[in-house]
Structure formats: structure tokens, C-alpha cells
Design a binder for this molecule. Structure first.
Ligand SMILES: Cc1cc2nc3c(=O)[nH]c(=O)nc-3n(C[C@H](O)[C@H](O)[C@H](O)COP(=O)(O)OP(=O)(O)OC[C@H]3O[C@@H](n4cnc5c(N)ncnc54)[C@H](O)[C@@H]3O)c2cc1C
Length: 441
């Protein structure tokens, strides 16, 4: 990691993703982008990604008046990771069981896996209940192992998870020839199949923001919060380029940028890992009835995998090179070498065969980057910041937010309302504390 890297506000000139490019007509995209900020709000949510949007929605559901909630966003809405991700909603706590168990103990590791399952149910229920047009598609997902080390790692994780009491009846395991038959990949040495989903994450977040705004929540964009200080009568004062806001409850949903306003969180506590995603227009070999229906993690080594979905909307293939392409806050451009690798890998994994076509307009359409907020102990920071009463944090999803945020935000809102940690049903290791930052290894 670049040791001189300091926490940074989001870059105002960040690039647009495929998800952004397909939702430019959203009416609230640049809501209140020149107006002075309200002088006061009972609740201020900083960050209009999925975490901030769902926090506002859940506060409304808990009975808080919309006019008491202000969401303030540095750029256009959903301009951060929610708008830059790979589109998977994939509960896979069992897959990282050993890593979680080594850091937090087996009981916590089991809680994390259970929470991801619960998150999947919550996401599904929420989207179905509200008929949200976000291309949410439930599907089979496969982890496909292309090396002995990845197959061994996957098997060890699943076995330890089951031995600790984890439920894995929904996970199908295929080895050798069976893996090749189940997945169609020639080089597969093992495959793991379970239920997951994919979606258009920006359409989901836009729906939540629009619905919250329709119920009175105020939304300010292109207005970064630059500092927070203690004001009068137990209120915090948030500074922005368009005025200051006084509030008793401030909720930091700022992802990898949290350290700008919370200096106790250094870049080492919340590491901005840049990932790169590609939108490919499929040829005849992968369009129409030949589209790729499952979601995939193609695991070539322990440090590297390629994630694939094909969107339900227009059939674009979202191909993610799932490894760090840099530790930086810069998501303004993409790396051409990585884009070349993505295209070559796609061709290797999905050879076109007899249905080959090469029409103008097919192939790589777009590439973009986004920041995955990694924590040293691989779980998010959630809850009140004890040294700053009335301020809360919900950040650091380690590249896995869509598989956490529904469950985590429901717990966070209980805490904001004065509930206990037990009432959140979240793993205790998610709790924010100064000690947790100090114990960083
Ligand atoms: C390349 C990539 C692929 C990913 N793929 C997946 C996936 O397939 N499945 C999955 O589960 N997860 C995935 N993730 C992770 C997931 O996208 C995130 O965990 C999740 O979107 C985090 O949501 P959030 O609302 O907490 O953060 P964000 O969406 O980043 O929102 C934070 C917002 O806060 C704003 N902000 C920050 N600082 C300030 C400030 N001072 N003032 C005002 N506003 C501020 C930002 O502009 C931003 O809009 C991926 C992430 C990336 C980058």
C-alpha cells in the first residue's frame, strides 16, 4: 500500500459505469445540486449509496418523519461502489469460513454465514414486496475451481463450516469430470453450486432513494461534507461548501472515504482497493437462448478470480477481474492492460465455437473502476462511535456489500433508535470500537 496515501473525499470526476450509463434519466440524480444546505436536520445520512439509501428507508419504516432525515452526497446519487460493482447478490459466508474463523472464532464465522443467508432473504423479500424493477434475478451460482489449490481451499472451507454446525444442504459439490459436466468448463477441477441472485444495483438504489424522497426525505447532491465539529446543545455541525448543518444524529455511510470525517480511521483501517469491471456485448454464442444463466466466480488462483453475470435487462455480460488493480481513491479511469486481460480471459472461458460472430458493436463496450473498502479483519464497522456520541458508522464491506447491507442496515437502525447489540442479530465482530482499530495487524 502507498504508505503516504491519506483518506480522500470522492473524486468529483469519477468515471461512469455501465450501471450509471443505463440510468441517466433518474430525476433525482442531481437533486438539490446548487441549493444551500438545510441549516438543521434531526438525522443526517452522509453518502447516497445503498447503505445510505436503505438507512433512510429503514428510519422511515421505524416511524421517523421524512422531513427529519437529510441525505447528503458528494457527487450524483449512487456514484460510489453501489454504482460500480459486479452486480452479484451472493451469500457465500461458507466459502470464507476458515478466514473468518481464524480472525473471529468459529461461532462468529457461523454467524457471518447465517447473516449472509438472512441478507439474501431480506433482499429478495424487499425487492419482491415492493415490485422493484431492478432486474433482480434469482439463479444458480457456481464457484468453479481451475486449480488444485482453489479446489482444496473451497473443500476445506466447506468441510470446516459443516463440522462447526453450518448448514450446507443447498450447496452441491462436483469434482473432476462431474464439475466439467455441471459447468461446461473444460479446465474445471471442482465446482460448488448454490442459490444466489444478480441485479442492476443502481436501479435498486434509485428506487429506494426515490421512495424515501417521496415520503419527505431531503436529498442534497454534489455537496461533500468536509468536516464535523461539536456544536451547541449536543449537536454536531457538518461543514459543506454550501453551508453548515446542525444535527444530533449523523450516520456515516461513506464507504472507503469514512476516514476523511473520522480521522481515527486511517487508510490502513479502511483500505481503498480498486477493482475493475467490464461490460461486454455478447456475440451470437452468448445471446438469446444461449445466454449465460448462472452467476459465476471462476477461480484461477487463491488471489484471483473472474466474476460473471449476464444482465437480465439487455443481456450485457458483466465481467469482473476480481483482484486489486491498485490502492487508491482514483476511480476516474481504468487500466487498459486489465481490460485486455478481461477480453482474453472471456474468450478462453467462453470460446465462441460454431456460433462465432464478430459484428460491429459486439465485444468490450465499456470498462470502469470502483473502490472496495477492505478492513484488516475482513468485516465491516457498524454502530455508534463511542467517542463521538450521536455519530454512527456503517462502512467497510470488503467488496461484499450487496450480500450484507440489508441485514446490517436493519441492525444499524435498531442501534440508532437506542436498541442493544443483541437486538441487531449481527455478529458481534462487526461492532465498531477504537480497540478494534488499535488491534489492527
Ligand atoms: C468493482 C467492485 C465490484 C463489486 N462487486 C460486488 C458484488 O458483486 N457483490 C457485492 O455484494 N458487493 C460488491 N461490491 C461491493 C459493494 O458494491 C459495496 O460493498 C457496496 O456498494 C457499498 O455500499 P455503500 O453504500 O456502503 O457505499 P457506496 O456505494 O460507495 O456509497 C458511499 C457514498 O458516500 C459518498 N461519500 C463519501 N464521502 C462523502 C462525504 N464526505 N460527503 C458526502 N458524500 C460522501 C460517496 O460519493 C458514495 O456515493 C463491489 C465493489 C466494487 C468496487
Amino acid at each position: 500500500m502507498a504508505s503516504d496515501l491519506k483518506p480522500s473525499l470522492p473524486y468529483p470526476n469519477s468515471s461512469l459505469s455501465y450501471w450509471h450509463r443505463t440510468t441517466r434519466s433518474f430525476p433525482l440524480l442531481n437533486s438539490n445540486d446548487t441549493a444551500p444546505v438545510p441549516e438543521e436536520s434531526a438525522y443526517v445520512i452522509i453518502g447516497a449509496g445503498l447503505t445510505g439509501a436503505l438507512t433512510a428507508f429503514s428510519l422511515l419504516e421505524a416511524g421517523i418523519k421524512g422531513s427529519d432525515i437529510l441525505i447528503i452526497e458528494a457527487r450524483e446519487v449512487v456514484s460510489g461502489s453501489t454504482g460500480r460493482n459486479a452486480g452479484h447478490c451472493r451469500p457465500d459466508g461458507f466459502r470464507n469460513f476458515n478466514g473468518y474463523a481464524a480472525r473471529h472464532g468459529k461461532e462468529q464465522a457461523l454467524k457471518i454465514a447465517n447473516m449472509e443467508d438472512r441478507n439474501f432473504s431480506l433482499a429478495k423479500e424487499f425487492i419482491n414486496k415492493h415490485h422493484i424493477a431492478c432486474e433482480f434475478t434469482t439463479t444458480k451460482t457456481f464457484d468453479v475451481c481451475f486449480s488444485d489449490e482453489t479446489a482444496e481451499d473451497e473443500s476445506k472451507n466447506l468441510n470446516e463450516y459443516i463440522a462447526a454446525g453450518g448448514r450446507a444442504d443447498a450447496v452441491q459439490v462436483y469434482e473432476g469430470e462431474k464439475a466439467r459436466e455441471a459447468t461446461g468448463f473444460e479446465g474445471a477441477t471442482a465446482a460448488y453450486e448454490w442459490n444466489a441472485a444478480f441485479l442492476h444495483p443502481v436501479k435498486l438504489a434509485h428506487w429506494v432513494l426515490e421512495t424515501a424522497a417521496g415520503r419527505g426525505v431531503r436529498l442534497w447532491t454534489h455537496c461533500p461534507v468536509t468536516s464535523i465539529s461539536a456544536g451547541e446543545k449536543g449537536k454536531w455541525v457538518l461543514q459543506t461548501p454550501r453551508g453548515s448543518i446542525a444535527s444530533k444524529k449523523v450516520i456515516h455511510c461513506t464507504n472507503s472515504h469514512a476516514g476523511v470525517l473520522l480521522p481515527q480511521i486511517s487508510v490502513g483501517d479502511l483500505v481503498p482497493i480498486r477493482g475493475q469491471v467490464h461490460a461486454l456485448v455478447p456475440s451470437r454464442a452468448h445471446s438469446g437462448h444461449r445466454r449465460i444463466e448462472a452467476s459465476l466466480a471462476l477461480r484461477t488462483s487463491l488471489r484471483n478470480f473472474y466474476a460473471v453475470i449476464q444482465t437480465a435487462g439487455d443481456g450485457t455480460i458483466i465481467f469482473t477481474v476480481a483482484r486489486s488493480t491498485g490502492v487508491t481513491f482514483d476511480e476516474t479511469s481504468y487500466d487498459e492492460e486489465v481490460a485486455k486481460e478481461a477480453q482474453e480471459r472471456f474468450q478462453t472461458f467462453f470460446p465462441p465455437g460454431v456460433e462465432a460472430s464478430s459484428l460491429h458493436g459486439e465485444g468490450l463496450d465499456h470498462a470502469w473502476t470502483g473502490l472496495l473498502a477492505f478492513t484488516p479483519d475482513k468485516v465491516p464497522y457498524v454502530g455508534e462511535i463511542p467517542e463521538l456520541p450521536g455519530q454512527y458508522i456503517c462502512a467497510g464491506f470488503n467488496g461484499h456489500g450487496i450480500s450484507n447491507i440489508f441485514a446490517v442496515v436493519s441492525g444499524l437502525v435498531k442501534l440508532i433508535q437506542g436498541g442493544t447489540w443483541e437486538e441487531t442479530s449481527l455478529p458481534e465482530c462487526f461492532g465498531y470500537s477504537a480497540e478494534r482499530l488499535k488491534s489492527r495487524v
